[in-house]
Design a binder for this molecule. Sequence first.
Ligand SMILES: [Zn+2]
Length: 455
Amino acid sequence: MEGSDQLRFTDTRPGPNRRKRGPRTPWAALPMQVVVPVVAVSALLLGGLGLWSMLRSRTVPAEENVRSVFVPSPPPPESVYDTLRTGETLAEVLDVHGFSAQAIYELIEVVREYKSPRSFRPGVVVRLTGPAGGQAEQVLLQLNEDSLLSLEAHTDGWASDVVTVPIRVDTLLLGGLIESSLWYAELTGEVDDLGEGEFQEYVYDLADVFAWKVDFTRDIRRGDAFRVAIERELRPDGTVRSRRFLAIELRNRGRVLSAIPYTRPGGRRDYFDVEGEALRGVFLRYPVPYRITSGFSNRRYHPVLKQYRAHRGTDYGAPHGTSVKATATGTVTRAGTWGNYGRMVAIRHTHGIETRYAHLSSISAGIRVGARVDQGQVIGRVGSTGLATGPHLHYEFLQNGAHRNISTMNLPSAPALEDQYMSEFLVNRDAALDVVSGVALPAAASDFVGPAVAD
Ligand SMILES: [Zn+2]
């Protein structure tokens, strides 16, 4: 990762309470075995020619002789990485790294030709290269996701150039045998190519794709399995720029579900089964990806009221602050505090359907009566306002004013692929299934198909 056009996306700065660093002696940057001969040579220079010739004429052991004539090369330039923090300006970062006010001014003026210095967001990586202890002579700045601005000090100012980050595309094949949940799967395939935390992202995405077909909190069994083909765009440092599933197969309770992506011209990317039926429902299966802690019931003991009463909704045990998503596109009909619901949002959808999201800690900006919301849009955050013992989301589904139990309802899927796109989809499907067949769908050991581990 030492190439001049590459950035490591790490913050090398110590601690949050950093101080401006004083000038470092070049020696401090050098290992001891280099420092010793350097000191020796310096002493020789100070001692003058007389001492020099004296030493030369002396008979010394070979090793010592070698050391005395060792002349070090100038210390190699050092690269320091820094990351723009929240509320920090580019000028402040340069100041931390010992740039003079004049140099900062000149540099910022050059940067301005490419991008407003104020528009750099927190997280932007800056690499400074120069002699140890001195002002950097090269500054590499992340302009956007795909390009870097290279600035080099010359006698007449800073020379600038835009460098494109080279992107490599690969296809990752993974299989997983489920032990208890998607999170606890025994992985096979190109496991070594996974970055840190990358598999966890795929778990979220995979659960999203099948959210309408499989309730991952209830329906997953030990011995279920999946295999996926993922196309990734990778940066030189191995971080993932983008990723998308090419195909997914999930074996769940004896059936195999497939998900093949297809983008209608001008439309959004959607997942379909092998026949071209949409996997997505008209409604999302749940507004938060958490376990149901209390289902729909006409008679339930209420922990706060300490009496039996109907529970006309579904509770999800999600932590405080979890984002709550609108389960379908609609219009906000209530947004604010409403009795036992606490802080809540109600949305009107088509077909006389209304959804309610209660006990929120906050309501998102722009969510007010009359506002249009999209499916999956974050409308607020989980809390425990109103009549609630602790943070959870209370979700209600009403049709023509009557509360309905979503876990027993058979809600329609999104429309299947239109006939005019079908032939193209089938070609894509066959290619995608061919790719994913490069990794085996893990088979369950005979003693592995046991009773449900999640219910
Ligand atoms: Zn509830």
